[in-house]
Write a protein that binds this ligand. Structure first.
Ligand code: 13P
Length: 248
């Protein structure tokens, strides 16, 4: 059975003080479950606070929301993969739609970031997903395939380390989630892309993201193609998050 990943993308919420207070409550309410990993992606300034608090719990991990592909240099405002390795991160989110569409990150840049993480043995949570007009034009798979194609040719043992989060842009922060069946269709195609690359499709973790909450989470997680969730808004409250990651 594929292992499940429940990932909290805090976006630009929870500085170090709020992160500490969140973890204090959360750790009291959530006991380890061996069938799932729970990773936090706080703002970079809160990352070491979170990591220090989850250390010692093998089911919990932490990463950052963005990373640069160069190991060091004059890149004001950026964080490198060697820095993440030194700090003990599990990985980083790459290609989130807010980076792609809000900050102009290109497919190629997302690919460079994923390659740098994989080369260092860290896990990219590689986000893919179509905009509403692309879905309505029947272009969902063409868009997701184009976003994945930047990973073409990576060694299979590296590709198998990837987490690919399917996050339709129209579902993010809108309260409108994809149906389990809609998501499953794309998740199956994503697995098919990896199979063509020579990777065992069951080695690749494919969570869903986009307006996941306590009301719709159980139905989404009941879909066998959905290996977990990547959650924004509903990951910000420790009690709600502890409940959400205990579903199914
Ligand atoms: P919401 O859960 O707030 O829709 O955000 C999803 C997301 O972007 C997670 O990366």
């Amino acid at each position: 059975m594929r292992r499940r990943l429940f990932a909290a993308n805090w976006k630009m919420h929870h500085g170090p003080g709020a992160a500490r207070s969140f973890l204090g409550t959360f750790l009291e309410q959530y006991a380890r479950r061996t069938d799932r990993d729970v990773w936090f992606f706080p703002p970079a300034i809160s990352f070491t606070t979170v990591l220090d608090l989850v250390r010692g719990r093998p089911d919990l991990g932490a990463g950052v929301q963005n990373v640069h592909w160069e190991p060091k240099g004059a890149f004001t405002g950026e964080i490198s993969v060697p820095m993440l390795v030194e700090a003990g991160a599990n990985g980083a989110i790459v290609g989130h739609s807010e980076r792609r569409h809000g900050f102009g990150e290109t497919d190629e840049e997302s690919g460079n970031k994923a390659r740098a993480l994989l080369a260092a043995g860290l896990v990219p949570v590689f986000c893919v997903g179509e905009k509403l007009e692309e879905r309505e034009a029947g272009e969902t798979w063409a868009v997701v395939r184009r976003q994945l194609n930047v990973l073409d040719g990576l060694p299979t043992r590296q590709l198998a380390q990837l987490v690919v989060a399917y996050e339709p842009v129209w579902a993010i922060g809108t309260g409108r989630n994809a149906t389990p069946a809609d998501a499953a269709e794309v998740h199956r195609s994503i697995r098919g892309w990896f199979e063509k690359q020579g990777v065992n499709p069951d080695d690749v973790t494919v969570p869903y993201g986009g307006s996941v909450n306590l009301r719709n989470g159980a139905d989404l997680l009941a879909e066998p193609e959905i290996d977990g969730v990547l959650v924004g808004g509903a990951s910000l409250d420790p009690t709600g998050w502890a409940q959400l990651i205990s579903l199914r």
